[in-house]
Design a protein around this ligand. Structure first.
Ligand code: CS2
Length: 489
């Protein structure tokens, strides 16, 4: 007998977080990836199960059609499989009211942003989706995609372009205030999104700019938010888990760890779901949580992923199981990241760190080193330079941060064979890094060229003691392996 496809009539009622999707769409979400589907969608379904409201989500994929098409075939349902070594459970959020693919249906996306029912535009497009320059942190007006969106003679392709053009429509149709909520791993993500939106508007022809900018200033809020849930890529094992639990076939289930955290500023221009009843925390001090998470979890995650991949580990749990990697991670946390943080009130940092080790060690998740290691050229800029500069300004070299950069460079531009996991990391900087490696006779000049090129900002590149250490550690990794490099830090 063939397994029935997941859909409105085949989901066992017990698995549904809410019985039916809301009737109205209050949220337009840009970025229909796994993270959104296991984080915001789940918190929203739980909030609506507590307090109902017009908060259905229209999910917008960027370019790829796979998830959107499958969700359409499944009456907008998919399963979230929560995995831990102690067992697994499967639920179906059922909170989406539609799906679109921006590259094909841009006009419909802009209309949705402008629709009177829409009160919130949420974003998970990853660090790479914000089209800002790593060097200046301002909108990358030199990039071809941003320039094209500014000309406006074709449908906008960039996220910032789509948001601005949608807001422009909204301002002209009088649909009222709206909130733009970034849910990506960027420091001060709300403030940064506002800055990029306003920089885009500032580049528009004067008449458009003068019409739109005051409207955005008066009618759009951009709260900061910290998001946290480890969400790997989907594999057949996750499809099998859904089949085993629910007796249906889901083409696009999302695996996730049991842990989930969301901290937000309560600055919504036109209302919001009662997320506080779904585990979200509202506070004026989001930044402290963001930095804690970006540095302790994400920064250390990158180190684990690069050292792990270089040591032949396919997964993060395998990597953190190697004592030399756990040792490097612990030292990164304690010596390099923690001293740069203001720990938010109510967080016990020792518990937080122990919990991180438990989360990284979750072998049921199968989170791959290649996934965390991908896009390092944009991720590391969020994780490493600021804490590194705190130490360097007071005369100390943060060894594990230098090691993170060295291990990244060894994965992406290897001077010797590194194996399949590093080779599988995708990064838009890979080509340039490889060329730079070929051009330079020594690791030192290679590192100087790469960091001097703005990869981690200009200030860090100006600290010769840091770039020297990165080069030494990269040489050590190449000649004696990652474990020996850790021993020398
Ligand atoms: C990871 C994050 O891939 C990565 O860079 O560090 O995706 C991490 O799993 C999440 O931020 C956890 O909340």
């Amino acid at each position: 007998m063939t397994t029935p496809r997941l859909g409105r009539d085949t989901v066992p009622a017990a698995a549904l977080l809410r019985p039916a999707p809301p009737e109205r769409t209050g949220i337009v979400h840009l970025g229909l990836g796994n993270f959104h589907r296991a984080h915001q969608a789940v918190h929203t379904a739980q909030a609506l199960a507590h307090t109902d409201g017009p908060w259905g989500i229209l999910g917008v994929a960027g370019r790829s059609t796979g998830v959107a098409d499958a969700m359409r075939e499944q009456d907008l349902r998919y399963a979230v499989t929560e995995l831990s070594p102690h067992g697994s459970s499967v639920t179906v959020p059922g909170v989406h009211t539609g799906v679109l693919v921006a590259a094909r249906q841009t006009d419909a996306v802009l209309d949705a942003i402008a629709a009177p029912d829409t009160r919130i535009v949420t974003i998970t497009v990853t660090e790479r989706g914000y089209t800002y320059s790593p060097r200046t942190h301002a909108l990358d007006v030199d990039s071809e995609a941003v320039r094209a969106d500014l000309r406006g003679d074709a449908p906008p392709r960039t996220t910032i372009g789509q948001i601005v053009r949608g807001l422009q429509r909204r301002s002209r149709t009088g649909a009222g205030p709206v909130t733009v909520l970034s849910c990506d791993n960027l420091g001060a993500n709300g403030r940064r999104t506002r800055r990029l939106v306003r920089e885009f508007i500032a580049e528009l022809p004067a008449a458009e700019r003068d019409e739109l900018d005051p409207w955005v200033a008066a009618s759009v809020t951009f709260p900061n938010s910290m998001v946290d849930r480890i969400v790997p890529a989907t594999t057949d094992e996750h499809r099998d888990a859904v089949r085993a639990h629910l007796g249906v076939h889901d083409a696009v289930p999302v695996p996730a760890e049991p842990f989930s955290m969301w901290v937000l500023e309560d600055d919504f221009a036109a209302g919001r779901p009662a997320w506080e009843h779904a585990g979200a925390l509202f506070t004026d001090d989001v930044e402290a949580y963001e930095l804690l998470k970006l540095r302790l979890l994400n920064g250390t995650h990158s180190l684990i992923a690069y050292l792990g991949a270089l040591d032949g580990c396919e997964t993060i749990p395998e990597a953190i199981g190697r004592p030399f990697i756990a040792d490097a991670a612990r030292r990164a946390l304690r010596e390099d990241y923690l001293p740069t943080l203001k720990v938010p009130e109510g967080i016990n940092v020792d518990d937080y760190i122990e919990r991180l080790f438990g989360r990284w060690a979750n072998s049921a998740l199968g989170h791959r080193t290649r996934q965390v290691g991908s896009d390092g050229s944009v991720k590391l800029a969020q994780r490493v330079p600021e804490p590194a500069l705190v130490h360097l300004r007071s005369g100390r070299i943060p060894q594990q941060l230098a090691l993170t950069v060295a291990a990244y460079l060894c994965c992406l531009a290897p001077a010797a064979e590194t194996g399949p996991h590093a080779a599988a990391m995708s990064d838009s900087a890979r080509e340039n890094l490889a060329e730079s490696l070929r051009r330079n006779a020594s690791t030192k000049s290679f590192v100087d060229e790469v960091l001097g090129g703005g990869l981690l900002g200009d200030e860090l590149a100006g600290h010769g003691e840091f770039t020297d250490r990165v080069a030494e550690l990269a040489d050590l990794i190449t000649t004696r392996g990652p474990a020996a490099a850790v021993r020398e830090t």
